[in-house]
Design a protein around this ligand. Sequence first.
Ligand code: NG1
Ligand code: ZN
Length: 547
Amino acid sequence: MASLPLDAIVHLSDLHPKPEGKTFGYGTAGFRTTGNILGSVLFRVGLLASLRSKKFDGKTIGVMVTASHNPEGDNGVKLVDPRGEMLETSWETYATSLANAATTSKLVDELRHIVAVAKIDLSKPSRVLYARDTRPSGAALVQCLEDGLRAMGAQRRNEGVTTTPILHYLVRCVNTKGTRDEYGDDNEEGYYDKLSNAFKKLMAKPPPPLIMDCANGVGAIAAQKLNEHIGSILQLKLYNIATTTSGVLNNGCGADYVKTTQRLPPSLHGVLKPGERGCSLDGDADRLMYFYLDEENNFGMLDGDKIAALVSSFIVDLVKNAGLDKQIEVGVVQTAYANGSSTRYLEKRVPVRCVPTGVKHLHHAAEHFSIGVYFEANGHGTVLFSPSTLDLLRTHEPSTPAQETAIKQLLALSELINQTVGDALSDMLLVEVVLAHRAFTAVEWDSLYTDLPNRLVKVVVPSRQKFITTDAERRLVEPKEVQARIDALVRKYDGGRAFVRPSGTEDVVRIYAEATLRPQVDELASRLSGVVYDFEGDQSKRPKEYL
Ligand code: NG1
Ligand code: ZN
Protein backbone atom coordinates (compact mmCIF):
# COMPACT_ATOMS: atom_id res chain seq x y z
CA MET A 1 0.00 0.00 0.00
CA ALA A 2 1.34 3.41 -0.95
CA SER A 3 1.25 6.03 1.78
CA LEU A 4 0.95 9.81 1.87
CA PRO A 5 4.18 11.63 0.84
CA LEU A 6 4.49 13.14 4.30
CA ASP A 7 7.91 14.77 3.94
CA ALA A 8 6.80 16.85 0.99
CA ILE A 9 3.40 17.64 2.52
CA VAL A 10 4.89 18.78 5.84
CA HIS A 11 7.66 20.82 4.23
CA LEU A 12 5.33 22.62 1.82
CA SER A 13 2.44 22.99 4.27
CA ASP A 14 4.71 24.90 6.64
CA LEU A 15 5.20 27.45 3.86
CA HIS A 16 1.43 28.04 3.77
CA PRO A 17 0.25 28.32 7.38
CA LYS A 18 -3.43 28.77 8.10
CA PRO A 19 -4.28 32.30 9.28
CA GLU A 20 -5.14 32.15 12.96
CA GLY A 21 -8.73 32.63 14.06
CA LYS A 22 -10.21 32.41 10.57
CA THR A 23 -12.78 29.72 9.73
CA PHE A 24 -13.23 28.80 6.07
CA GLY A 25 -16.34 27.15 4.63
CA TYR A 26 -16.83 25.38 1.31
CA GLY A 27 -20.10 27.10 0.36
CA THR A 28 -22.37 27.06 -2.69
CA ALA A 29 -19.51 28.26 -4.86
CA GLY A 30 -16.47 26.81 -3.08
CA PHE A 31 -14.30 28.87 -0.75
CA ARG A 32 -14.73 32.61 -1.11
CA THR A 33 -13.24 35.45 0.95
CA THR A 34 -10.60 38.18 0.82
CA GLY A 35 -7.95 37.12 -1.70
CA ASN A 36 -4.88 37.72 0.44
CA ILE A 37 -5.83 35.22 3.18
CA LEU A 38 -6.51 32.27 0.91
CA GLY A 39 -2.98 30.88 0.45
CA SER A 40 -3.32 27.98 2.90
CA VAL A 41 -6.74 27.13 1.47
CA LEU A 42 -5.33 26.94 -2.06
CA PHE A 43 -2.47 24.72 -0.93
CA ARG A 44 -4.91 22.37 0.77
CA VAL A 45 -7.30 22.39 -2.19
CA GLY A 46 -4.30 21.18 -4.21
CA LEU A 47 -3.96 18.23 -1.85
CA LEU A 48 -7.67 17.48 -1.96
CA ALA A 49 -7.94 17.74 -5.76
CA SER A 50 -5.12 15.19 -6.02
CA LEU A 51 -6.93 12.80 -3.67
CA ARG A 52 -10.18 13.26 -5.60
CA SER A 53 -8.37 12.40 -8.83
CA LYS A 54 -6.89 9.27 -7.27
CA LYS A 55 -10.39 8.33 -6.12
CA PHE A 56 -11.40 8.36 -9.80
CA ASP A 57 -8.42 6.29 -10.86
CA GLY A 58 -6.49 9.28 -12.21
CA LYS A 59 -9.33 11.06 -14.02
CA THR A 60 -8.69 14.80 -14.30
CA ILE A 61 -10.15 17.06 -11.60
CA GLY A 62 -10.57 20.79 -12.25
CA VAL A 63 -9.75 23.70 -9.96
CA MET A 64 -10.98 27.21 -10.70
CA VAL A 65 -9.61 30.24 -8.86
CA THR A 66 -12.26 32.96 -8.98
CA ALA A 67 -14.65 35.04 -6.91
CA SER A 68 -17.02 35.52 -9.82
CA HIS A 69 -19.18 38.67 -9.44
CA ASN A 70 -17.72 39.60 -6.04
CA PRO A 71 -15.36 42.58 -5.55
CA GLU A 72 -11.89 42.54 -7.07
CA GLY A 73 -10.17 42.13 -3.68
CA ASP A 74 -12.04 38.89 -3.01
CA ASN A 75 -11.02 35.57 -4.41
CA GLY A 76 -12.11 31.99 -4.17
CA VAL A 77 -11.57 28.45 -5.33
CA LYS A 78 -13.76 25.55 -6.30
CA LEU A 79 -13.24 22.01 -7.48
CA VAL A 80 -14.72 20.53 -10.61
CA ASP A 81 -15.58 16.83 -10.90
CA PRO A 82 -14.55 14.64 -13.86
CA ARG A 83 -17.71 15.23 -15.91
CA GLY A 84 -17.15 18.97 -15.61
CA GLU A 85 -19.74 19.30 -12.87
CA MET A 86 -19.54 20.83 -9.39
CA LEU A 87 -17.81 18.84 -6.65
CA GLU A 88 -19.98 16.11 -5.09
CA THR A 89 -21.51 17.35 -1.82
CA SER A 90 -19.98 14.68 0.44
CA TRP A 91 -16.51 15.98 -0.45
CA GLU A 92 -17.40 19.57 0.49
CA THR A 93 -17.08 18.44 4.11
CA TYR A 94 -13.57 17.14 3.45
CA ALA A 95 -12.67 20.45 1.83
CA THR A 96 -13.90 22.39 4.85
CA SER A 97 -12.12 20.18 7.39
CA LEU A 98 -8.82 20.35 5.47
CA ALA A 99 -9.06 24.13 5.13
CA ASN A 100 -9.62 24.57 8.85
CA ALA A 101 -6.91 22.27 10.24
CA ALA A 102 -5.05 24.64 12.57
CA THR A 103 -1.54 23.20 12.12
CA THR A 104 0.41 21.05 9.69
CA SER A 105 0.16 18.06 12.00
CA LYS A 106 -3.64 18.45 12.25
CA LEU A 107 -3.72 18.77 8.47
CA VAL A 108 -1.90 15.44 8.15
CA ASP A 109 -4.44 13.85 10.53
CA GLU A 110 -7.30 15.14 8.36
CA LEU A 111 -5.64 13.84 5.21
CA ARG A 112 -5.23 10.38 6.77
CA HIS A 113 -8.86 10.48 7.85
CA ILE A 114 -10.06 11.33 4.32
CA VAL A 115 -7.87 8.63 2.75
CA ALA A 116 -9.35 6.05 5.15
CA VAL A 117 -13.01 7.15 5.02
CA ALA A 118 -13.11 7.76 1.26
CA LYS A 119 -11.10 4.55 0.67
CA ILE A 120 -8.49 6.20 -1.54
CA ASP A 121 -5.85 4.06 -3.19
CA LEU A 122 -2.76 6.29 -2.95
CA SER A 123 -0.89 4.27 -5.56
CA LYS A 124 -3.22 5.66 -8.27
CA PRO A 125 -2.06 8.60 -10.40
CA SER A 126 -3.59 12.06 -10.00
CA ARG A 127 -4.19 14.72 -12.64
CA VAL A 128 -5.42 18.25 -12.02
CA LEU A 129 -6.27 20.98 -14.54
CA TYR A 130 -6.60 24.52 -13.23
CA ALA A 131 -7.16 28.11 -14.22
CA ARG A 132 -7.89 31.51 -12.74
CA ASP A 133 -9.78 34.66 -13.60
CA THR A 134 -8.11 38.08 -13.98
CA ARG A 135 -8.05 39.01 -10.25
CA PRO A 136 -4.72 40.48 -9.11
CA SER A 137 -4.44 37.93 -6.27
CA GLY A 138 -4.91 35.01 -8.68
CA ALA A 139 -1.34 34.39 -9.80
CA ALA A 140 0.03 34.02 -6.25
CA LEU A 141 -2.88 31.79 -5.26
CA VAL A 142 -2.21 29.51 -8.21
CA GLN A 143 1.35 29.09 -6.92
CA CYS A 144 -0.02 27.96 -3.55
CA LEU A 145 -2.30 25.52 -5.35
CA GLU A 146 0.67 24.21 -7.34
CA ASP A 147 2.59 23.57 -4.10
CA GLY A 148 -0.30 21.39 -2.94
CA LEU A 149 -0.30 19.48 -6.22
CA ARG A 150 3.48 19.12 -6.12
CA ALA A 151 3.34 17.79 -2.55
CA MET A 152 1.02 15.00 -3.70
CA GLY A 153 2.93 14.36 -6.93
CA ALA A 154 -0.07 15.23 -9.12
CA GLN A 155 0.27 15.81 -12.85
CA ARG A 156 -0.49 19.49 -13.38
CA ARG A 157 -2.08 21.25 -16.30
CA ASN A 158 -2.19 25.02 -16.00
CA GLU A 159 -4.76 26.67 -18.30
CA GLY A 160 -3.71 30.18 -17.25
CA VAL A 161 -6.39 32.85 -17.31
CA THR A 162 -9.74 31.66 -18.60
CA THR A 163 -13.46 31.67 -17.82
CA THR A 164 -15.10 29.33 -15.34
CA PRO A 165 -17.24 27.62 -17.98
CA ILE A 166 -14.22 27.03 -20.25
CA LEU A 167 -12.46 25.33 -17.33
CA HIS A 168 -15.51 23.07 -16.84
CA TYR A 169 -15.58 22.37 -20.59
CA LEU A 170 -11.90 21.39 -20.64
CA VAL A 171 -12.28 19.00 -17.70
CA ARG A 172 -15.13 17.19 -19.45
CA CYS A 173 -13.19 17.05 -22.75
CA VAL A 174 -10.06 15.58 -21.18
CA ASN A 175 -12.03 12.89 -19.36
CA THR A 176 -14.19 11.86 -22.31
CA LYS A 177 -11.43 11.89 -24.96
CA GLY A 178 -11.60 8.77 -27.13
CA THR A 179 -14.89 7.58 -25.59
CA ARG A 180 -18.35 7.59 -27.19
CA ASP A 181 -19.20 10.59 -24.97
CA GLU A 182 -16.36 12.65 -26.40
CA TYR A 183 -17.30 16.25 -25.63
CA GLY A 184 -14.88 18.25 -27.77
CA ASP A 185 -11.20 19.09 -28.31
CA ASP A 186 -9.55 19.67 -24.95
CA ASN A 187 -8.25 23.16 -25.68
CA GLU A 188 -9.74 26.65 -25.86
CA GLU A 189 -9.78 26.58 -29.64
CA GLY A 190 -11.95 23.46 -29.43
CA TYR A 191 -14.40 25.36 -27.25
CA TYR A 192 -14.73 28.29 -29.64
CA ASP A 193 -14.99 25.93 -32.63
CA LYS A 194 -17.73 23.88 -30.99
CA LEU A 195 -19.81 26.91 -30.10
CA SER A 196 -19.32 28.79 -33.32
CA ASN A 197 -19.97 25.79 -35.59
CA ALA A 198 -23.26 25.10 -33.80
CA PHE A 199 -24.15 28.80 -33.92
CA LYS A 200 -23.55 28.96 -37.67
CA LYS A 201 -25.86 25.97 -38.20
CA LEU A 202 -28.63 27.75 -36.32
CA MET A 203 -28.39 31.30 -37.68
CA ALA A 204 -29.68 32.19 -41.12
CA LYS A 205 -28.86 35.90 -41.29
CA PRO A 206 -26.87 38.34 -39.15
CA PRO A 207 -28.77 40.17 -36.38
CA PRO A 208 -27.84 43.75 -35.47
CA PRO A 209 -24.57 43.97 -33.44
CA LEU A 210 -24.81 43.18 -29.73
CA ILE A 211 -23.38 45.47 -27.06
CA MET A 212 -21.62 43.45 -24.41
CA ASP A 213 -20.47 44.64 -20.97
CA CYS A 214 -17.61 42.32 -20.00
CA ALA A 215 -17.41 43.48 -16.32
CA ASN A 216 -13.69 44.25 -16.93
CA GLY A 217 -13.09 40.56 -16.34
CA VAL A 218 -11.89 37.44 -18.10
CA GLY A 219 -15.05 37.42 -20.22
CA ALA A 220 -13.51 40.33 -22.15
CA ILE A 221 -10.65 38.11 -23.31
CA ALA A 222 -12.94 35.20 -24.14
CA ALA A 223 -15.49 37.39 -25.93
CA GLN A 224 -12.73 38.86 -28.11
CA LYS A 225 -11.73 35.35 -29.17
CA LEU A 226 -15.34 34.34 -29.73
CA ASN A 227 -15.81 37.44 -31.88
CA GLU A 228 -13.05 36.17 -34.19
CA HIS A 229 -15.06 32.97 -34.71
CA ILE A 230 -18.59 34.35 -35.08
CA GLY A 231 -17.94 37.92 -36.21
CA SER A 232 -19.21 37.21 -39.73
CA ILE A 233 -22.66 36.44 -38.29
CA LEU A 234 -22.95 38.27 -34.99
CA GLN A 235 -20.78 41.24 -34.22
CA LEU A 236 -20.07 41.76 -30.53
CA LYS A 237 -19.32 45.33 -29.51
CA LEU A 238 -17.30 44.90 -26.32
CA TYR A 239 -17.25 47.36 -23.42
CA ASN A 240 -15.68 47.22 -19.95
CA ILE A 241 -12.71 45.24 -21.20
CA ALA A 242 -10.04 46.78 -18.93
CA THR A 243 -8.72 43.52 -17.51
CA THR A 244 -5.46 44.99 -16.23
CA THR A 245 -6.72 48.23 -14.70
CA SER A 246 -6.80 48.07 -10.93
CA GLY A 247 -10.15 48.39 -9.12
CA VAL A 248 -12.53 48.14 -12.08
CA LEU A 249 -13.54 44.46 -12.06
CA ASN A 250 -17.32 44.11 -11.41
CA ASN A 251 -17.26 47.73 -10.30
CA GLY A 252 -20.33 49.62 -11.53
CA CYS A 253 -20.74 47.07 -14.29
CA GLY A 254 -21.32 43.38 -14.92
CA ALA A 255 -24.28 41.03 -14.53
CA ASP A 256 -24.56 41.39 -10.77
CA TYR A 257 -24.61 45.19 -10.99
CA VAL A 258 -27.43 45.06 -13.52
CA LYS A 259 -29.46 42.51 -11.55
CA THR A 260 -29.12 44.10 -8.14
CA THR A 261 -29.51 47.75 -9.18
CA GLN A 262 -31.92 46.98 -12.06
CA ARG A 263 -30.07 49.69 -13.99
CA LEU A 264 -27.91 50.13 -17.05
CA PRO A 265 -24.19 50.22 -16.16
CA PRO A 266 -23.21 53.94 -16.21
CA SER A 267 -20.43 53.15 -18.71
CA LEU A 268 -23.10 52.21 -21.27
CA HIS A 269 -25.01 55.47 -21.02
CA GLY A 270 -24.94 57.01 -24.47
CA VAL A 271 -23.51 53.77 -25.88
CA LEU A 272 -26.72 51.73 -25.86
CA LYS A 273 -29.20 53.58 -28.06
CA PRO A 274 -33.01 53.41 -27.94
CA GLY A 275 -34.18 50.22 -29.66
CA GLU A 276 -30.89 48.41 -29.03
CA ARG A 277 -30.19 45.36 -26.88
CA GLY A 278 -27.12 44.65 -24.79
CA CYS A 279 -25.90 42.17 -22.22
CA SER A 280 -23.58 41.94 -19.21
CA LEU A 281 -21.29 39.11 -18.15
CA ASP A 282 -20.03 38.67 -14.60
CA GLY A 283 -16.38 38.51 -13.52
CA ASP A 284 -15.81 34.88 -14.54
CA ALA A 285 -18.31 34.82 -17.42
CA ASP A 286 -20.79 32.29 -16.09
CA ARG A 287 -23.67 34.73 -15.56
CA LEU A 288 -25.54 36.65 -18.25
CA MET A 289 -28.05 39.49 -18.05
CA TYR A 290 -29.70 41.08 -21.10
CA PHE A 291 -31.21 44.56 -21.23
CA TYR A 292 -32.47 47.15 -23.70
CA LEU A 293 -33.66 50.70 -24.10
CA ASP A 294 -37.08 51.05 -25.68
CA GLU A 295 -37.90 53.80 -28.15
CA GLU A 296 -38.75 56.12 -25.21
CA ASN A 297 -35.34 55.47 -23.66
CA ASN A 298 -36.77 53.31 -20.83
CA PHE A 299 -34.45 50.64 -19.47
CA GLY A 300 -35.69 47.04 -19.46
CA MET A 301 -33.90 44.14 -17.79
CA LEU A 302 -34.02 40.58 -19.08
CA ASP A 303 -32.74 38.30 -16.32
CA GLY A 304 -32.25 34.56 -15.89
CA ASP A 305 -36.00 34.03 -15.50
CA LYS A 306 -36.68 35.79 -18.80
CA ILE A 307 -33.96 33.72 -20.47
CA ALA A 308 -35.55 30.52 -19.11
CA ALA A 309 -38.97 31.59 -20.42
CA LEU A 310 -37.61 32.49 -23.87
CA VAL A 311 -35.49 29.39 -24.27
CA SER A 312 -37.83 26.77 -22.82
CA SER A 313 -40.80 27.77 -24.94
CA PHE A 314 -38.60 27.67 -28.04
CA ILE A 315 -37.34 24.20 -27.17
CA VAL A 316 -40.89 22.98 -26.43
CA ASP A 317 -41.92 24.11 -29.92
CA LEU A 318 -38.91 22.43 -31.55
CA VAL A 319 -39.69 19.16 -29.76
CA LYS A 320 -43.30 19.37 -31.02
CA ASN A 321 -42.14 20.16 -34.55
CA ALA A 322 -39.85 17.15 -34.36
CA GLY A 323 -42.88 14.99 -33.51
CA LEU A 324 -41.19 13.89 -30.30
CA ASP A 325 -43.32 15.55 -27.63
CA LYS A 326 -44.52 12.15 -26.36
CA GLN A 327 -40.94 10.97 -25.81
CA ILE A 328 -39.14 14.14 -24.72
CA GLU A 329 -40.21 15.98 -21.58
CA VAL A 330 -38.91 19.56 -21.35
CA GLY A 331 -38.81 20.90 -17.79
CA VAL A 332 -37.60 24.03 -16.02
CA VAL A 333 -35.81 24.33 -12.69
CA GLN A 334 -35.83 27.56 -10.69
CA THR A 335 -35.06 28.75 -7.18
CA ALA A 336 -37.21 30.76 -4.77
CA TYR A 337 -35.61 33.91 -6.23
CA ALA A 338 -37.44 33.37 -9.53
CA ASN A 339 -39.95 36.12 -10.10
CA GLY A 340 -43.48 34.89 -9.30
CA SER A 341 -44.67 36.01 -12.75
CA SER A 342 -42.05 33.86 -14.45
CA THR A 343 -43.14 30.82 -12.48
CA ARG A 344 -46.79 31.42 -13.42
CA TYR A 345 -45.83 31.87 -17.09
CA LEU A 346 -43.77 28.70 -17.15
CA GLU A 347 -46.18 26.51 -15.19
CA LYS A 348 -48.77 26.93 -17.94
CA ARG A 349 -46.33 25.44 -20.43
CA VAL A 350 -43.92 23.00 -18.78
CA PRO A 351 -43.28 21.17 -15.51
CA VAL A 352 -41.45 23.53 -13.14
CA ARG A 353 -39.43 22.56 -10.08
CA CYS A 354 -38.13 24.80 -7.31
CA VAL A 355 -34.86 23.85 -5.57
CA PRO A 356 -32.52 25.48 -3.03
CA THR A 357 -30.03 28.13 -4.20
CA GLY A 358 -26.75 26.84 -5.62
CA VAL A 359 -25.95 25.58 -9.06
CA LYS A 360 -25.49 21.98 -8.01
CA HIS A 361 -29.12 21.75 -6.86
CA LEU A 362 -30.43 23.20 -10.10
CA HIS A 363 -28.14 21.08 -12.22
CA HIS A 364 -29.14 17.81 -10.54
CA ALA A 365 -32.85 18.60 -10.72
CA ALA A 366 -32.53 19.48 -14.42
CA GLU A 367 -30.95 16.08 -15.09
CA HIS A 368 -34.31 14.47 -14.25
CA PHE A 369 -35.90 15.89 -17.40
CA SER A 370 -35.22 14.76 -20.97
CA ILE A 371 -34.30 18.40 -21.63
CA GLY A 372 -33.86 20.35 -18.41
CA VAL A 373 -33.67 24.15 -18.53
CA TYR A 374 -32.30 25.75 -15.39
CA PHE A 375 -31.61 29.38 -14.62
CA GLU A 376 -31.12 31.36 -11.47
CA ALA A 377 -32.73 34.79 -11.63
CA ASN A 378 -29.19 36.25 -11.46
CA GLY A 379 -28.43 34.86 -14.93
CA HIS A 380 -26.58 31.65 -14.16
CA GLY A 381 -27.96 28.69 -16.01
CA THR A 382 -27.92 26.27 -18.90
CA VAL A 383 -29.95 23.58 -20.68
CA LEU A 384 -29.13 19.90 -20.20
CA PHE A 385 -29.90 17.22 -22.76
CA SER A 386 -30.10 13.75 -21.19
CA PRO A 387 -27.99 10.99 -22.81
CA SER A 388 -31.12 9.08 -23.88
CA THR A 389 -32.57 12.23 -25.46
CA LEU A 390 -29.38 12.72 -27.46
CA ASP A 391 -29.52 9.07 -28.58
CA LEU A 392 -33.14 9.49 -29.63
CA LEU A 393 -32.40 12.68 -31.58
CA ARG A 394 -29.46 11.02 -33.33
CA THR A 395 -31.33 7.85 -34.31
CA HIS A 396 -34.96 8.91 -34.83
CA GLU A 397 -36.22 8.68 -38.44
CA PRO A 398 -38.16 11.88 -39.18
CA SER A 399 -41.38 11.49 -41.23
CA THR A 400 -41.35 14.95 -42.79
CA PRO A 401 -38.76 17.55 -43.82
CA ALA A 402 -40.12 19.82 -41.05
CA GLN A 403 -39.42 17.13 -38.46
CA GLU A 404 -35.95 16.61 -39.88
CA THR A 405 -35.19 20.33 -39.57
CA ALA A 406 -36.42 20.48 -35.96
CA ILE A 407 -34.29 17.47 -34.99
CA LYS A 408 -31.21 19.01 -36.61
CA GLN A 409 -31.85 22.23 -34.73
CA LEU A 410 -32.24 20.43 -31.40
CA LEU A 411 -28.96 18.60 -32.00
CA ALA A 412 -27.22 21.85 -32.88
CA LEU A 413 -28.58 23.40 -29.68
CA SER A 414 -27.11 20.53 -27.67
CA GLU A 415 -23.71 21.47 -29.15
CA LEU A 416 -24.20 25.19 -28.69
CA ILE A 417 -25.22 24.99 -25.03
CA ASN A 418 -22.52 24.22 -22.47
CA GLN A 419 -23.60 20.93 -20.87
CA THR A 420 -21.35 21.24 -17.84
CA VAL A 421 -22.35 24.52 -16.17
CA GLY A 422 -23.90 27.93 -16.82
CA ASP A 423 -21.87 29.77 -19.47
CA ALA A 424 -22.52 33.43 -20.30
CA LEU A 425 -21.05 33.26 -23.81
CA SER A 426 -22.83 30.05 -24.77
CA ASP A 427 -26.10 31.36 -23.25
CA MET A 428 -25.69 34.62 -25.15
CA LEU A 429 -25.42 32.70 -28.43
CA LEU A 430 -28.49 30.67 -27.42
CA VAL A 431 -30.52 33.80 -26.73
CA GLU A 432 -29.45 35.27 -30.07
CA VAL A 433 -30.55 32.09 -31.87
CA VAL A 434 -33.98 32.14 -30.25
CA LEU A 435 -34.48 35.88 -30.86
CA ALA A 436 -33.56 35.34 -34.52
CA HIS A 437 -35.89 32.35 -34.96
CA ARG A 438 -38.79 34.08 -33.23
CA ALA A 439 -38.00 37.39 -34.99
CA PHE A 440 -38.29 39.01 -31.55
CA THR A 441 -36.95 42.37 -30.49
CA ALA A 442 -35.89 42.69 -26.86
CA VAL A 443 -39.16 44.53 -26.16
CA GLU A 444 -41.16 41.61 -27.57
CA TRP A 445 -39.12 39.15 -25.54
CA ASP A 446 -39.72 41.22 -22.39
CA SER A 447 -43.46 41.19 -23.03
CA LEU A 448 -43.72 37.40 -22.52
CA TYR A 449 -44.74 38.32 -18.97
CA THR A 450 -44.42 41.33 -16.66
CA ASP A 451 -42.13 40.97 -13.64
CA LEU A 452 -43.68 41.54 -10.24
CA PRO A 453 -41.85 44.36 -8.43
CA ASN A 454 -39.28 42.74 -6.16
CA ARG A 455 -36.42 43.55 -3.87
CA LEU A 456 -33.39 41.63 -2.69
CA VAL A 457 -31.57 42.99 0.36
CA LYS A 458 -29.07 41.64 2.83
CA VAL A 459 -28.74 42.03 6.57
CA VAL A 460 -25.47 41.46 8.40
CA VAL A 461 -26.06 39.27 11.45
CA PRO A 462 -23.62 37.86 14.04
CA SER A 463 -24.46 34.24 13.16
CA ARG A 464 -26.35 33.41 10.01
CA GLN A 465 -26.06 29.70 11.00
CA LYS A 466 -29.07 30.26 13.26
CA PHE A 467 -31.26 30.63 10.17
CA ILE A 468 -32.37 27.21 9.00
CA THR A 469 -34.67 26.78 6.01
CA THR A 470 -37.03 24.21 4.50
CA ASP A 471 -39.25 23.89 1.41
CA ALA A 472 -36.52 24.88 -1.08
CA GLU A 473 -35.53 27.73 1.26
CA ARG A 474 -38.97 29.34 1.09
CA ARG A 475 -39.57 29.00 4.84
CA LEU A 476 -37.53 29.19 8.03
CA VAL A 477 -37.61 26.29 10.44
CA GLU A 478 -35.48 28.35 12.82
CA PRO A 479 -35.83 30.97 14.29
CA LYS A 480 -39.56 30.13 14.47
CA GLU A 481 -40.54 33.58 15.71
CA VAL A 482 -38.92 35.19 12.67
CA GLN A 483 -40.95 33.00 10.29
CA ALA A 484 -44.15 33.78 12.22
CA ARG A 485 -43.46 37.51 11.83
CA ILE A 486 -42.68 37.10 8.11
CA ASP A 487 -46.01 35.29 7.63
CA ALA A 488 -47.91 38.00 9.47
CA LEU A 489 -46.26 40.77 7.43
CA VAL A 490 -46.59 39.14 4.01
CA ARG A 491 -50.36 38.72 4.53
CA LYS A 492 -50.72 42.49 4.71
CA TYR A 493 -49.39 43.12 1.18
CA ASP A 494 -51.30 42.51 -2.03
CA GLY A 495 -49.52 39.76 -4.00
CA GLY A 496 -46.97 39.53 -1.19
CA ARG A 497 -44.33 36.80 -1.17
CA ALA A 498 -41.14 36.86 0.86
CA PHE A 499 -38.48 34.60 2.30
CA VAL A 500 -35.32 34.85 4.32
CA ARG A 501 -32.27 32.59 4.02
CA PRO A 502 -28.62 32.59 5.06
CA SER A 503 -26.25 33.26 2.16
CA GLY A 504 -23.96 30.38 1.18
CA THR A 505 -21.23 32.74 -0.03
CA GLU A 506 -21.29 35.81 2.24
CA ASP A 507 -21.69 36.38 5.95
CA VAL A 508 -25.20 37.76 5.60
CA VAL A 509 -28.87 36.82 5.64
CA ARG A 510 -30.67 37.55 2.38
CA ILE A 511 -34.23 38.83 2.24
CA TYR A 512 -36.36 38.60 -0.89
CA ALA A 513 -39.72 40.32 -1.19
CA GLU A 514 -42.26 40.58 -3.96
CA ALA A 515 -45.63 42.40 -4.15
CA THR A 516 -47.96 43.87 -6.74
CA LEU A 517 -46.87 47.47 -6.22
CA ARG A 518 -43.33 48.88 -6.10
CA PRO A 519 -43.66 51.11 -2.98
CA GLN A 520 -45.22 48.19 -1.10
CA VAL A 521 -42.31 45.91 -1.93
CA ASP A 522 -39.82 48.45 -0.64
CA GLU A 523 -41.79 48.80 2.57
CA LEU A 524 -42.13 45.02 2.99
CA ALA A 525 -38.39 44.47 2.42
CA SER A 526 -37.55 47.17 4.89
CA ARG A 527 -39.88 45.75 7.55
CA LEU A 528 -38.45 42.28 7.02
CA SER A 529 -34.92 43.64 7.40
CA GLY A 530 -36.06 45.03 10.75
CA VAL A 531 -37.49 41.65 11.77
CA VAL A 532 -34.24 39.86 10.97
CA TYR A 533 -32.14 42.55 12.59
CA ASP A 534 -34.25 42.59 15.75
CA PHE A 535 -33.71 38.88 16.21
CA GLU A 536 -30.20 39.46 17.47
CA GLY A 537 -28.83 42.78 16.25
CA ASP A 538 -27.49 45.50 18.53
CA GLN A 539 -30.48 47.88 18.98
CA SER A 540 -28.21 50.87 19.55
CA LYS A 541 -26.83 50.38 16.01
CA ARG A 542 -30.14 49.54 14.29
CA PRO A 543 -30.11 51.19 10.81
CA LYS A 544 -32.79 53.88 10.46
CA GLU A 545 -34.07 52.49 7.18
CA TYR A 546 -35.26 49.27 8.84
CA LEU A 547 -38.94 49.86 9.57
P1 NG1 B 1 -25.82 32.99 -1.88
O1 NG1 B 1 -24.77 33.89 -1.34
O2 NG1 B 1 -25.91 31.62 -1.24
O3 NG1 B 1 -27.14 33.69 -1.93
C1 NG1 B 1 -25.15 33.57 -4.41
C2 NG1 B 1 -26.33 33.63 -5.34
C3 NG1 B 1 -26.59 32.23 -5.88
C4 NG1 B 1 -25.36 31.63 -6.54
C5 NG1 B 1 -24.15 31.77 -5.60
C6 NG1 B 1 -22.86 31.34 -6.25
C7 NG1 B 1 -28.35 35.00 -5.21
C8 NG1 B 1 -29.51 35.44 -4.39
N1 NG1 B 1 -27.53 34.10 -4.64
O4 NG1 B 1 -25.44 32.66 -3.38
O5 NG1 B 1 -27.67 32.27 -6.76
O6 NG1 B 1 -25.12 32.20 -7.80
O7 NG1 B 1 -24.01 33.11 -5.12
O8 NG1 B 1 -22.21 32.35 -6.93
O9 NG1 B 1 -28.19 35.44 -6.35
ZN1 ZN C 1 -19.71 33.92 -11.90
